[in-house]
Design a protein around this ligand. Structure first.
Ligand SMILES: N[C@@H](CCC[C@H](N)C(=O)O)C(=O)O
Length: 276
């Protein structure tokens, strides 16, 4: 029997293992996802994107393909903004969709995507809803933040000192009464009007070099703090730069998406990974 097909890709260095599984045959357990994402004993990635038909896994979408996203620790998350760009890039490259504009299903709802000739991808990310405020603590400092729902939860803290100086090697504290299912934490410098710099500590992963939903959250929060709900901004993250637009009930994210490699997982490794 042959191995299990995989691809490796990234969007602004937020990296993923893609598992083409149209008929939902893979037993994608938490242990297997964590093993795949482990940078020593697996392929290494921030998350897994299973490419599956929604009907095969009993999920609703008007799209032909569903992005079944898992964090590196094996937990399921609703949405991944960098992942959906890489997912769309793969569907186009593999000839699994007609044209370059289509809908991708996610647990946060359907997302319209457009794959551009320069290989960047624009995603309609849905509403970025300001849901309140909360606090976090990092590098010995307590910081207040704006809570934003982009299908998944975010807390955005603007700081005056350079975000590069924060220690994000361990989980920053957050209020689990406000975020019972955990939260993605963004730390932001305003460089100039329309240009932000961000670092992120992702739920279920740790610090990553980019978070697409996080960049949408920070632009929505920045606009909210200046008393508006409409605008756009560039966001610099350690892994590159993306462009975000925000309007009432809608947001877009544009950035690069790359497929780096493809191959086959060893069947024996896959079986054993469920017991690791
Ligand atoms: N990297 C992603 C977000 C992935 C999910 C997140 N860690 C969560 O648990 O909500 C992105 O690009 O949006």
């Amino acid at each position: 029997m042959g191995g299990i097909e995989f691809l490796k890709g990234h969007g602004t260095q937020n990296d993923f293992v893609l598992l083409p599984d149209p008929d939902g045959r893979l037993d994608l357990t938490r242990a297997r996802v964590a093993a795949l994402c482990d940078r020593q004993r697996g392929l290494g990635a921030d998350g897994v994107l299973r490419v599956v038909r929604p009907s095969a896994v009993g999920l609703e979408s008007a799209g032909e393909w569903f992005m079944d996203y898992r964090n590196a620790d094996g937990s399921i998350a609703e949405m991944c903004g960098n992942g959906v760009r890489v997912f769309a890039r793969y569907l186009v490259d593999a000839g699994l969709v007609d044209g370059t504009e289509f809908v991708v299903g996610s647990r946060a709802g359907d997302r319209g995507v457009r794959v551009h000739a320069d290989r960047s991808v624009t995603v309609h990310m849905g509403p970025a809803r300001i849901i309140g405020s909360s606090v976090t603590a990092v590098s010995g400092r307590e910081l207040s933040g704006v809570a934003v729902d982009v299908g998944n939860p975010h807390l955005v803290s603007f700081i005056d000192s350079d975000v590069a100086d924060l220690d994000l090697r361990t989980q920053p504290a957050f209020d689990s009464d406000v975020f019972p299912a955990g939260v993605n934490l963004e730390f932001v410098n305003t460089l100039e009007p329309g240009r932000l710099r961000m670092r992120v500590h992702e739920r279920g992963v740790g610090e990553t070099r980019a978070c697409g939903t996080g960049t949408v959250a920070v632009v929505a929060a920045a606009l909210h703090l200046t008393g508006t709900d409409t605008g756009e901004s560039t966001v610099d993250i350690p892994g590159g730069t993306v462009r975000v637009t925000i309007a009432p009930g809608e947001s877009t994210l544009t950035g690069p998406a790359e497929i780096v490699a493809r191959g086959e997982l060893d069947e024996a490794w896959w079986s054993a990974a469920d017991r690791s």
